[in-house]
Design a protein around this ligand. Structure first.
Ligand SMILES: [Zn+2]
Length: 68
């Protein structure tokens, strides 16, 4: 059993958790290894990043609006 092997469920949870806290090196490594052989998780990560960026832009737009 590979110590750095993660399931897709664990990897998607790590992608989300990475937004709130710094991941330990072993988890970052496991994430990268998983992304190399998995088809679904890189897609999830891309969509999650797009969504996160869109939300962030919307938030800054909102606060800019409120300042005026
Ligand atoms: Zn996966």
């Amino acid at each position: 059993m590979m110590p750095l092997k993660r399931t897709c469920k664990e990897v998607t949870a790590l992608v989300v958790a990475r937004e709130d806290r710094a991941l330990p090196l072993s988890e970052r490594l496991a994430l990268r290894i998983h992304m190399n052989f998995c088809d679904a998780c890189p897609v999830f990560e891309r969509q999650f990043m797009t969504l996160r960026n869109a939300l962030r832009q919307w938030h800054s737009y909102q606060s800019r609006d409120n300042d005026e």
